[in-house]
Structure formats: C-alpha cells, structure tokens
Design a protein. Structure first.
Length: 144
C-alpha cells in the first residue's frame, strides 16, 4: 500500500492542491486533532470545499490527531515527548477504529495524510504510519 503525506507549513492553498493533483492524490485524510488553521485556506470547511472543486475528497479523523500535551511537546522540540504522548493516543479505542478506517480508505484510492508540519519527521503523521502501517510505501509530498 502507498500512502502520501503532506504538510501545509509555508505554502499556499493553490500550491498545496496543485501538489496533491500532480501526485495523483484522490483523497485527503486530515489527521489534525483540531482542523482549524490561522493560515488562510487550511481550516476544515474551506479546505474541504476547495478540495471538492479539485476532485479530491476530504475526511477528518480527529482521533488520529495529537492531543494538546503532544502538540506542546512538538512546539518545544521535544520529539521523545511527542512520541510518548502520541503512542498513548493510538491505544485509545476511537483511534484504533479510525486507524483501521484510514487504512481501508487508503487501500481504496490514492490518499494523503494532512497535518501542519512541512517536515514529516517532525510530525505525528510519521509516527502514525510507523505504528499502524509499517509496511506501507510512504511518499512525503512537498509544495514548491
């Protein structure tokens, strides 16, 4: 299985969508706990509408997001803290269900996981894939 990942840090919505289209992504799976953004065009409803116009479906899997203490650890550059907190998040029943849903959806059509960080190694999306899809081919997308 191939799964794309993408962060919107440092990009614009048009460049972001163009990158998804160029890669052949047909579905965006938002794995942010809070799908809101101060960056124009990246809050859930606005983003979902623009993606739909571009022929890309959108789904939000909140339970796969990072809890507040994990986001705080990430902001402080405490990757070990982020890993610890996020591992606990993935043990929650709702996260287990949504992880299975994510894998089913990604098997059906080309899908990308969305979060903020440009560098996937600084983001929980890499931790998520390592935990629930260790054999997947991960393709990290970067906008111009």
């Amino acid at each position: 299985m191939r799964i794309f990942t993408i962060g919107y840090e440092g990009t614009t919505q048009p460049d972001f969508i163009a990158t998804l289209k160029a890669a052949g992504v047909e579905q965006l799976i938002d794995v942010r706990a809070v799908p809101l953004s101060r960056k124009p065009g990246f809050s859930k409803n606005v983003l979902a509408a623009r993606l739909k116009e571009a022929g890309i479906s959108y789904v939000h899997l909140k339970a796969l997001g990072t809890p507040p203490e994990g986001r705080e650890a990430a902001r402080k550059g405490d990757h070990a803290g982020l890993e610890r907190v996020y591992a606990g998040q993935l043990e929650l029943p709702e996260a287990m269900v949504q992880a299975a849903q994510m894998l089913e959806m990604a098997a059906e059509k080309p899908s990308a996981l969305l979060c903020f960080e440009r560098d996937p190694q600084q983001c929980h999306r890499s931790l998520l894939l390592a935990a629930v899809a260790p054999d997947a081919e991960v393709v990290d997308l970067f906008t111009q």
